[in-house]
Design a binder for this molecule. Structure first.
Ligand code: PMP
Length: 429
């Protein structure tokens, strides 16, 4: 069933460390052969063995409208004929920035980068440059890319691989990273009191997506906002996953929370390699060349990435009903999965916000990294493989979020629920 993938994986490991260019793809925690993809369209991905999958990863978020969305593909084809890179400013960059500013609350300026990692790394540097302070607070199990400062108690692949301390991240860098459990305001208050006037920023995923999907408890984000206001700390919302997905204006809009800086990623490139960070002029104009906080990129604002992103964001902007549809579809999936797992007598928790969700096999609420870690991840592995064999492509780790695209149909969701029922029967035999 996966013969060609197996052959390619064997070859890939000769030339690429671990056979993949980003660790979670290697199926390390679930075992088995990573599936090599050939093409994708709408809600489906097709692998090199001719298998079709209903996709619940959607390139880890950006395919909000499904794969190979026609207008995006056409725009890329047209713009590629003008040149794939100028290394000089274009009008298109202004159009994208203007569109983003019009869609997202509390921001006036945007700087484009090439990945979510760069966005978070640069936003942190800006917060440090702006405040003149070194330390910052992040939350256990949150992932903000692989810049050194963030690889402390990180989620996503770092959690999946169970890496406690990342070799290569020096102690002097890691010492400036303070960590608190997600949803624990008291721990943050304590850190701020213990490090008075030394904390530049608090950075958080407003809905955490890198330890499964974890929702902020009522008052948590508001409490962080208040702590930042009272202590001159820059509040950074990492909306790499949530931006333009939970709502047009991301978590800021959906949860009515105000950030000082926001980071974005993959979504604003419509699947092309892009990231961005944004905020009010007062902070953003500290970035070079307006200010002295240096940040740069040869391919930043790349025309192909910009036109892909512009085309997708404009669609989302002009058709806000997409967000209602995404939520309804995800609700249908969650209801069906709860029934299927409940009928099979499997204890489980499903966390969901809009089109982000995750399934944890436990009876306890999943509210932070430690509760996520205590779920039955052995059962998740078997569930993952049973679903894969039935044509459903889930994230290959319980520490990741499922993303629903608007290309998915009611029939696809029903097929997924049937696959879950059949998977449970197969697992329990
Ligand atoms: N922040 C968050 C919340 C993310 O989920 C990710 C990646 N999944 C990143 C930052 C890093 O983005 P990238 O992989 O594009 O560097």
């Amino acid at each position: 069933m996966f013969t060609n993938s197996q052959t390619l994986f064997d070859k890939a490991r000769q030339f690429i460390p671990g056979g993949v260019n980003s660790p979670v793809r290697a199926f390390k925690s679930v075992g088995g052969t990573p599936i090599f993809m050939q093409s994708a369209k709408g809600a489906y991905m097709y692998d090199v063995d001719g298998n079709r999958y209903i996709d619940y990863i959607n390139s880890w978020g950006p395919m909000v409208l499904g794969h190979a969305y026609e207008p995006v593909v056409k725009a890329i084809q047209e713009y590629a004929t003008y040149s794939t890179s100028f290394g000089a400013p274009t009008e298109l960059e202004i159009k994208v920035a203007e569109l983003i500013v019009s869609m997202v609350p509390n921001i006036e300026m945007v700087r484009m980068v090439n990945s979510g990692t760069e966005a978070c790394m640069s936003a942190l540097r800006l917060a440090r440059g702006y405040t003149g302070r070194n330390k910052f607070i992040k939350f256990e199990g949150c992932y903000h890319g692989h810049a050194d400062s963030f690889l402390v108690s990180a989620g996503s692949g770092v959690a999946t691989l169970g890496i406690q301390t990342v070799p290569g991240v020096t102690a002097s860098v890691a010492d400036d990273t303070l960590t608190a459990p997600y949803n624990n305001l008291l721990a943050v208050e304590q850190l701020v009191a213990d490090n008075k006037d030394q904390i530049a920023a608090i950075i958080i995923e407003p809905v955490a997506g890198n330890m499964g999907c974890i929702l902020p408890q009522p008052g948590f984000l508001e409490g962080l906002r208040k702590i930042c206001d009272e202590n001159g700390i820059v509040f950074i919302l990492d909306e790499v996953m949530t931006g333009f997905r939970l709502a047009k204006g991301g978590a800021q809009e959906l949860l009515n929370i105000k950030a000082d800086l926001v980071t974005f990623g993959k979504i604003i490139g419509g699947g092309m390699p892009v990231g961005a960070f944004a905020g009010k002029k007062e902070i953003m104009e500290h970035i070079a060349p307006a200010g002295k906080v240096y940040q740069a990129g040869t391919l930043s604002g790349n025309p192909i990435a910009m036109i892909a992103g512009y085309t997708m964001l404009k669609t989302l902007n002009d058709h806000p009903q997409i967000y209602t549809q995404l939520e309804e579809k995800t609700n249908q999936l969650v209801t069906g999965l709860k029934e299927a797992l409940g009928a099979a007598g499997v204890v489980h928790r499903i966390n969901q916000m809009s089109s982000m969700m995750s399934v944890h096999f436990t009876e306890y609420p999943i509210t932070d990294f430690s509760s996520a870690s205590s779920a039955n991840n052995e059962l998740f592995k078997r569930f993952f493989h049973a679903m894969l064999e039935r044509g459903v492509y889930l994230p290959p780790s319980a520490f990741e979020t499922w993303f629903v695209s608007n290309a998915i149909t009611t029939e696809d969701i029903e097929a997924t629920i049937s696959a879950a029922k059949a998977s449970m029967v197969a697992i329990q035999q």
